[in-house]
Design a protein around this ligand. Structure first.
Ligand SMILES: CC(C)(COP(=O)(O)OP(=O)(O)OC[C@H]1O[C@@H](n2cnc3c(N)ncnc32)[C@H](O)[C@@H]1OP(=O)(O)O)[C@@H](O)C(=O)NCCC(=O)NCCS
Length: 173
């Protein structure tokens, strides 16, 4: 079953949301959402967004600011004559889908929502890439959705990946 995107919506995490029903296949991510996401948000470390389907929590993602080293980006994704060592980026620090809804398109919807948020941000502040330190088993998911793995670190437990927002924003505009 693929859930139509009109049935999904994104809301910012707030105190009082019932998070306890959420169970993804990854215990660390469940623990983060249940115990740390709100605290982290209150401390201005991260912002978490919940994805709701039929009044139930279907997934979430968490964003933080980031930078990415110029030398790690493939040449076609970089800027000629850029005079700094790092590019500005936004990182998907956490992302997960409830395991009962796995394979229903919620993950892709979360990524599109994150792209939308970063596009919006890019109108106010420079941010050219979305970064993620992927779970090894999720690398294929991100690749399918346009992310590139950073070759130098592809053997890490959590391979770093990036999405170049520049062509995406050109298409949107
Ligand atoms: C990875 C995850 C977010 C994917 O969410 P999902 O809702 O199951 O994915 P979708 O249904 O939106 O899948 C979108 C596409 O990606 C593919 N895909 C999904 N998970 C994949 C994976 N682990 N590897 C490769 N491809 C994958 C799907 O087959 C689909 O492709 P298609 O349109 O060609 O059929 C989800 O499985 C999850 O929460 N996993 C546990 C936590 C995790 O690993 N999070 C990532 C943290 S960095």
């Amino acid at each position: 079953m693929i859930i139509p995107s009109q049935e999904l919506c994104i809301i910012p995490l707030e105190e009082g949301h019932n998070l306890s029903t959420f169970t993804s296949s990854n215990e660390d991510l469940n623990d983060f959402l249940h115990n740390d996401a709100l605290k982290s948000q209150e401390n201005l470390i991260s912002r978490t967004y919940l994805c709701i389907w039929k009044s139930r929590l279907a997934g979430f993602f968490t964003l933080v600011t980031d930078t990415i080293e110029v030398k790690l980006i493939e040449q076609e994704d970089g800027i000629d004559d850029y005079n700094y060592q790092k590019y500005p980026a936004i990182k998907i620090a956490r992302m997960a889908v409830d395991e009962k809804l796995s394979g229903a398109g919620v993950g892709r919807y979360l990524l599109l929502a994150a792209v939308g948020k970063v596009h919006h941000l890019s109108l106010e502040v420079g941010c050219r890439y979305i970064t993620v330190d992927s779970k090894r088993e999720a690398v294929g998911f991100y690749e399918k959705n346009g992310f590139k793995i950073i070759k130098k670190y592809e053997n890490r437990n959590f391979p770093p990946m990036y999405l170049n927002m520049y062509p995406i924003i050109q298409r949107i505009e």
